[in-house]
Design a protein around this ligand. Structure first.
Ligand SMILES: Cc1cc2nc3c(=O)[nH]c(=O)nc-3n(C[C@H](O)[C@H](O)[C@H](O)COP(=O)(O)OP(=O)(O)OC[C@H]3O[C@@H](n4cnc5c(N)ncnc54)[C@H](O)[C@@H]3O)c2cc1C
Length: 405
């Protein structure tokens, strides 16, 4: 396989910032992935103009290493969410996730960002009987709470080109997009509005000192701002004592493989789909490639706690075998790209949006795998918080980073 740990999405290079020494700013945003760029975007929408965006080794960001799914809900099924948090919280969370997905769509439309956005839905496929039961329960709960969701039986799934499966759940509102094109397009909007963006700034710590925030950086020493936003998701504990002390997020490695474009084979299901409780997830790209990720739950340790973005050959092999087992393909599979990226599992199961232990140091992070939409939507909510505007009740109750203080 060529392109060792090189994501297909980075065939479109990520825009990078200036390599010169950055100047102090009113608000500094640490991280230029979907969270950081979205934070800059939404703060500009509120009228903030003196913003500085910094990053370090941006090509390793999960934002360019995901599967392009923009999904309603969270990483948990509705059945699991209700079991974990109760029906009222689960309903509020699901509704918020829908609003958040629609924010991505509205932003793309507003700025005509060419990001291969398609809102074709999402199919959750059961590969064993117990998952099939969970799907039935989730559909019942979703419908009861006013959300569209339908059961797809085994025969229909077989017609759609899947094998060794049970039933599935189809939900029409989810979408997909090219993450690098979306992030670059959004960043261009911000740069045109005056955002200052610097790459190669390794933030080692961020702390409040009197009425300012001080960042210790390599190679530029101290940078100062009135406020800072930690938008480094899985990397946040490496630069923030608050994240490290409270273990708000745990890094884990996800992995994806992508095939050369199929010449003749046509997939009836080109939109996001997943198997085995979401542990395997796939799409068909614009140029007719099968992209599939996951399989970490079958490894020892579940790929938890690592920042290494080299690929695990066992996972690569597992994913290839998974495709052979579950897809009906009329063409030989020739894998071309294989890569991994680091996501952040949230300690609470909710993203963290708001001030940390300092009223000047904020974060939006901790999306447990659903960061494409949540990063953009959480950043919008964070801009509301920074600006003193109202936020949804569920965010105040469940997404407060100070939960553990
Ligand atoms: C394999 C895989 C598949 C995924 N699939 C999906 C999917 O299909 N759908 C979905 O919704 N989500 C998916 N995700 C999750 C999603 O990609 C992430 O949740 C989201 O991209 C997080 O964005 P972010 O901007 O918060 O963090 P990241 O994209 O990780 O960005 C972190 C930023 O912090 C910067 N940074 C880190 N350390 C420092 C430092 N010391 N100093 C300065 N800057 C620093 C980096 O340069 C980078 O810019 C997937 C993730 C992976 C890895």
């Amino acid at each position: 396989m060529s392109g060792y740990s090189h994501p297909y999405w980075l065939e479109v290079p990520a825009l990078k910032g200036s390599l010169e020494k950055p100047l102090d700013a009113e608000i500094v945003i640490i991280g230029s992935g979907l969270s950081g760029v979205s934070t800059a975007y939404w703060l500009q929408e509120k009228g903030y103009s003196n913003l500085l965006l910094v990053d370090y080794e941006p090509d390793t960001a999960a934002s360019f290493r995901n599967c392009g799914h923009i999904l309603y809900g969270t990483v948990e099924s509705m059945q699991a969410l209700v079991a974990l948090h109760g029906e009222d919280i689960a309903r509020q969370l699901w509704a918020l996730s829908i609003d958040i997905c629609h924010e991505v769509r509205e932003t793309i439309l507003r700025h005509q960002i060419q990001a291969h956005y398609r809102q074709d839905g999402y199919l959750v496929i059961a590969i064993d009987e117990s998952e099939d039961r969970e799907i039935h329960q989730s559909i019942e709960l979703l419908r009861k709470n006013g959300f569209a969701s339908e059961y797809v039986d085994q025969a229909k799934l077989q017609k759609l080109g899947f094998r060794n499966i049970f039933g599935g759940r189809f939900e029409p509102g989810s979408a997909q997009a090219h993450p690098t094109l979306f992030r670059n397009g959004l960043l261009e909007v911000c740069l045109k509005r005056g955002l200052r963006y610097h790459s190669g700034v390794k933030v080692e710590s961020v702390e409040e000192t009197g009425d300012r925030v001080r960042l210790r950086t390599q190679p530029w020493g101290h940078l100062h701002a009135d406020a800072a936003v930690i938008a480094a998701n899985a990397y946040s504990p490496l630069l923030s004592g608050f994240f490290e002390r409270h273990r708000l997020v745990e890094p884990f490695r996800g992995q994806i493989i992508t095939r050369r474009p199929f010449k003749n084979h046509q997939f009836p299901v080109r939109y996001p789909h997943s198997f085995d409780h979401g542990y395997e997830y796939a799409i068909i790209t614009e140029d007719n490639r099968l992209m599939i990720g996951g399989w970490r739950n079958r490894t020892e340790g579940g790929e938890l706690g690592t920042y290494e973005i080299n690929v695990n050959p066992l996972v690569e092999q597992g994913l290839q075998e998974f495709v052979n087992t579950h897809y009906d393909l009329t063409e030989k599979v020739e894998w071309e790209f294989s890569w991994s990226g680091i996501m952040a599992a949230s300690k609470t199961g909710f993203p963290f949006i708001g001030p940390t232990d300092s009223q000047r140091i904020f974060t939006c992070s901790g999306y447990t795998g659903h960061g494409f939409s949540w990063a953009h939507g959480s950043a919008k909510i964070l801009a509301d918080i920074i600006n003193g505007d109202p936020v949804p009740e569920i965010v105040r109750e469940k997404c407060n980073p100070r939960f553990f203080m």
